[in-house]
Ligand binder design. Sequence first.
Ligand code: PLP
Length: 584
Amino acid sequence: MNDETEEIPFFYHPLENIEDVEVFNDAVERKHLTRSLSPERPYTYWTLELYDQKNGVRGGGGLGILAADTRRVAEQMKVPFALITPFYPQEVSQEIEDGKLVDKHKAVNYEDFGFKKIDQVFVKCCGDLCGLDVVEKKFKSTRIIGITEPNFGELYQGMSGSDHRLYQEVSLGFGGYAALKLLGLKPAIMQLNEVATFFAALARLDELAGNGMDFYEAMVYTRKHTLYTNHTLVQAAEAEFNREQFERFVFPNLKSLAVKKWLSNNFTNDKIKLSSVTIEIAEMRSGVSKLHARVANYHDLAGNKVKFKAITNGVDLKTWTLAETLEFYQKNGIYDSILMPTTDYSQNLERLSADKIRELKLLGRQKLNEILKKYHDHNGQTLQFKEDDLIFDFRRRLVDYKRPELPFKDPAKLRAAMEPYNAHYILAGRVHTGDKNMSDKLQQIFEVILKDDYLKTHVHYIPDYNEELAFGLSVGGNATINIPIVGLEACGTSWMKDVTNLDLLISTHDGGVADGSIKSYLYISGATEEEELDMLYSRMSEAAEIWQNDFDLEYAIRRQLDAFIPVASGARMMQDYLDYLFTK
Ligand SMILES: *Cc1c(COP(=O)(O)O)cnc(C)c1O
């Protein structure tokens, strides 16, 4: 991964214009509901999931990667920013043993990753007072604030409506809010990365109402300073908690009777969905791609459809792009010094020749081979690839809607799309703990490839997908396969890493990919899954052909970049959030 310590010499200009309230004063704030950023009033970002292994926190997938990227981009743009998240003292990894995937658990110590313990905060649970350690690590204008205790467990431990999850969510919300006070910070904005972080906004509402502010005024104030970012498409799919659980974990932490009453009124048949109350407590709501913001189907308590502002996710290009490729973009006026797309990037893409693409991909291939020395495939083999091997990859969380098994439905056709080009297919991804259906599907893939003597030696599954593999496969692969069932991917960011690293994108028109036009990449469509599959195989052959022809390669890569250079930029994403949150 790239070195993150290098200074970016430019101050981030738009922030200078943001009015800065020097001394916090409730009376002043009540009159002017303006939001302003300063070191003491940072942008606060709340998330149950962070994927940042360098800092000791391993998430499950895109949600956590996004959180880590958002903080890194804020650091590069000098935005005062605090990310509040659990520090999980346990972590899972996956290995293949006797042909079967098994989970391994290991302990993680925050001190090993440069976190310092600040103090303790307390939450009330089931009649007990629970002490939570507040740990902190600073990075220039940003910091990670971790909430932890030895029994905090793992990310996504237990079922989604379980006591343990509620305990983790309440600890992050109430504990995290108390931690901010301990550190002398007041949130300029609270961004809730999904509804599991609702309790942070609830803690704020309760503080204001509990300190004598009129409930409605407190609600208005909290609403004006809270952004709910949704990543899920259907409200119905979300977990519920029951009243009895709230009586043990939530109500004891509330001071204000009015807040208790409000929360209590939001139960239906003794159950509560956090999305319903998150919608009430956050005036600003965003979705993570244009398509997602349009189709996310959520309703408020009055039954009105919720509107989401579209702010497409981006990635931290410094982390995810090969350093040499990024340098090319910056030297040629494609990205500027803070990694925002330039106004004339489109024209400047003409400077990217097929020779340059091949030169950069060769460096990427070397990088991939270096990384792969540390890993092995499902046969226990260490993989190394030649300069001119063609690599297709499918690497992402292995969940149903992403359809990892689809390419293996017709092994003869898959072989026909690969063999003429001596292509390899790398499948990498973790199966969610307990997802029996997906581990069975993975077993079936192994069986299918075993029966074919070409696929047997040219399809490789690498277990325990992580950031390093994500980076290696982006920089060293040739064509990436992204085939979610249309309508189910909120955004997806893996493909952004591939596009900026000059891979061809073979994809259904979904999530953030649909921010671009279907002409900008190798899109897949079809009225049935069979049609989609046939198109996938022909797109794979087409991608292989493109790599054999300089003119086609130049054209296809430039066309992709033309559509996705702005989309992929994490700085663009941060700017979009700042514009949405801090201008009137
Ligand atoms: C980029 C990345 C993701 C993002 O996955 P999507 O499904 O594309 O959102 C997940 N996991 C890792 C390790 C990544 O690097």
